[in-house]
Design a binder for this molecule. Structure first.
Ligand code: COA
Length: 171
């Protein structure tokens, strides 16, 4: 029996913390699907296609990791895939309340689906995507927060934008 898990998120952009979690999961599960939400509640800097491309580029060496975009309810997507495990990261105690609420909401919607939490490496516990976005938007060096593949993507985007506004504009 193949054990699969879905790691959902906005990944705007994928950080070293996200990647650490994906690597850990890839050692535990036969197959990990990183599910990039298309329509986020957040005002994303990167489009869904760009976010998927960045995650794919960063996880290319992980053979049992697949990256897909999804829309609608996460549990509906999981059911469609026939996957019963959702993965989320807990970086610090402050993540708990939000994650607790989301896990129990998903359980109420689909009782057969379990949420499992993994802790990313402590070195990355302070990183979040909004900080990275702010650094990127203001023209700072994000290479200490994101994997090289994402860094290259951001640099290309900056070049395309011609640094007209001094950073990357929102989608
Ligand atoms: N390393 C670095 N940062 C991490 C992290 C890690 N290991 N784990 C979480 N984060 C950060 C992210 O960078 C992000 O930071 P930001 O808020 O500054 O942008 C924040 O924690 C949460 O991001 P992420 O892990 O990408 O999750 P999310 O909250 O953006 O995604 C979904 C939430 C997509 C899973 C959720 O909205 C969803 O399921 N949507 C579909 C609709 C649905 O089914 N709703 C009902 C369920 S409640």
């Amino acid at each position: 029996m193949r054990h699969s898990a879905i790691y959902p998120g906005t990944f705007d952009p994928l950080t070293l913390g996200h990647l650490d979690l994906i690597e850990r999961a890839s050692h535990i599960f036969d197959r990990v699907i990183v599910a990039v939400v298309e329509q986020s509640r957040k005002n994303t800097v990167f489009s869904a296609d760009e976010r998927v491309a960045m995650v794919r580029a960063a996880t290319r060496n992980l053979k049992n990791v697949k990256v897909e975009a999804f829309d609608g309810l996460l549990v509906t997507y999981a059911r469609r895939k026939g996957i019963h495990v959702l993965l989320r990261g807990l970086r610090a105690f402050s993540d708990f309340e939000y994650e607790f609420q989301m896990a129990l909401t998903n359980r109420k919607l689909a009782s057969e689906i379990e949420t499992i939490f993994l802790m990313p490496k402590e070195t990355y516990s302070y990183i979040n995507s909004s900080t990275v976005r702010e650094v990127v938007e203001r023209g700072g060096d994000s290479s200490v927060f994101v994997p090289p593949a994402v860094q290259r993507f951001i640099a290309r985007r900056l070049r395309q934008a011609g640094r007209r506004a001094g950073g990357v504009s929102r989608k």
